[in-house]
Design a binder for this molecule. Structure first.
Ligand code: HPA
Length: 277
């Protein structure tokens, strides 16, 4: 497969033809955070399968739709269902969603995910504003021929989680019942949950939460200089923190419990970001 500018533009051209407007903010909904999609007003959705050169989401609890609509009066596009390396996609393919947002004229992207708490001061149901990440896997989504229309071959990542957007998320946390932290996301490819030894190592290295998504999209955003906010929901304590095995049921249960509160928090953030872009 050749990933050149025309490849990405083909998806964008199709979506522009079906979208009701040019979106200002893009939101990617992580595992169990799907219920936010129900709060989108005047929704117009496009199935991923209909979009040329797009991907199909295979993960459970990921719907597989691009939804256009308004939230707090802002024009948004929301990905209900995202793509992960563990589904079999190459890192390069995982650039597709954020590049589509860029080509649609999106001015800020919000990534959300479910994660395991490495930091023992965190609790299930807490939220972490991602300040930085650690990715120990060698591969990068930006490997291969550089597409200069999106960005430079070598690009800065020191402020890829946009400080101004993190400040907005911290401010909005004051008006939320959620317990909100700021910390480092440690990327694991999955699909297995981590081993207790991996989590201990990640803690020593400075990780606060472990997850299997977000970083590929975040790097794509950094490459095309897209302002970015990433929010992790702690659905469980990471492997070995408690003397109990990890399960998808636990992840889903916590996700469901905080879905309403998290949607309200996200809505506030969207409103505030909308005032600044
Ligand atoms: N590890 C990785 N990904 C996750 C976890 C976890 O503990 N919980 C939810 N997503």
């Amino acid at each position: 497969m050749t990933f050149d500018f025309a490849f990405f533009e083909k998806s964008a051209e199709y979506v522009r033809g079906r979208a009701p407007f040019q979106p200002e903010i893009a939101i990617v909904l992580g595992s169990c955070l799907g219920p936010f999609a129900d709060s989108i007003q005047n929704p117009v959705s496009i199935d991923y399968a209909e979009i040329p050169n797009f991907l199909i989401s295979t993960a459970p609890s990921h719907a597989g739709k691009l939804i256009f609509g308004t939230v707090a009066g802002r024009r948004v596009v929301c990905m209900s269902g995202r793509f992960h390396y563990y589904e079999g996609y190459d890192f390069e393919q995982l650039t597709i969603p954020v590049r589509l947002f860029k080509l649609l004229g999106v001015k800020a992207t919000i990534l959300t995910n479910a994660a395991g708490a490495i930091n023992t001061a965190y609790r299930p149901g807490d939220v972490m504003i991602v300040s930085d990440h650690i990715k120990m896997t060698g591969a990068s989504p930006l490997r291969g021929a550089n597409i200069s229309e999106f960005g430079d071959r070598f690009f800065d990542t020191t402020q890829m989680y946009t400080p101004e957007l993190r400040e907005i998320a911290r401010e909005c946390a004051k008006h939320s019942n959620l317990n909100v932290h700021e910390g480092v996301y440690f990327y694991f490819t999955g699909p297995q949950f981590e081993t207790p030894a991996e989590i201990r190592a990640a803690r020593i290295l400075g990780g606060d939460a472990a997850g299997m998504s977000t970083v590929t999209e975040a790097l794509t955003a950094a490459h095309c200089k897209m302002p970015l906010l990433a929010l992790s929901v702690m659905t469980n304590m990471a492997a070995g923190v408690l003397d109990a095995p990890l399960s998808t049921e636990e992840v889903d249960r916590t996700g469901e419990k905080i879905a309403h509160e998290f949607s309200a928090y996200l809505t506030q953030i969207i409103q505030k970001i909308g005032e600044t872009i």
